[in-house]
Design a protein. Sequence first.
Length: 334
Amino acid sequence: MFSWRWLHPEFLILLPIPLIWLVWQWRRGLRGQPAVLFSSSAALMAAGSSLRVKVLPWLPILRTLVLVLGIVALARPQYGYVERRQTAMGIDIAMALDISGSMDAMDFKPTRLESAKSVLKEFISGRENDRLSVVLFGSNAMVLSPPTFDRHAVTRMVEMITPDLFANEERQTAIGMGLAMALKGMEDSPIENRVVVLLTDGENNAGRIEPMEAAAMAKALGARVYTIGVGSNRTAMREVFDPILGRRLHQVSAGIDEPLLREIAEMTGGKFYVADDDETLRAVYRSIDELEKSEIETSAHDNFDERFSLFWLPALFLLGFDLLLRGFWFGRLP
């Protein structure tokens, strides 16, 4: 936005001086002006007032205007704008999501997996300047969304997550594989600030990479790992398909390996959370969102042009005009 500013505003405190001088001139009037004596004023009255007589009272105003313009010019008026540029220093965030069979449990509404998807989408929508990726893991791990700054595309990919992405026999829990796959996308990342958010509801029981091996990789890569254990302490029900009996409810026991998840988080400088319902899970992701804020660098550049000539040149012109009037047209008798 364009605006005016003063480089030396301290000179503006002098502005009352010309005005005080003008008032003093008006009060003084023409009392000290030379006069020519006439034996009779009748002839002078008949002659009327000349142009010079009419103009003479305005000379103090002209000089006052010169002083005012000169003072304003000394204050160095400038016109322009301040250009502000913001550079976002984003974070490389990988989200590793467990889609093992127990994630179909219905202690969250409607299931643990669907609740996690909903909260994950909310979290993604607020990460405007970050590079995001999503990894899914069951008995193995797969990249659902490679690292990208397009958070809308990542949200669409999360919406496509279903239990059917892994076959039933592949829906165990390979925490080490999930973490290692999430870290793989960060190896060549130009972003130094790296974070993995790993959500699981079970114990590590599959995969070729042990969880603590993957944690050591994260530490070497400089990535903080936030681990989230989901599920209530009580047993929960999940819907399964039986070839003979059809769809039926099957009981799922809680099995979060809290010591393991806590150790992974502590080793990498992250934090461990437990979420036993939808609102708690939302609060966990809000907490991580607050902890991992992108840095914004702001730089400002002045684009102002000098405008003192708009006042200085008229002041010089009026001063010259004033000197000409006083020196020639209003020349005094010796």
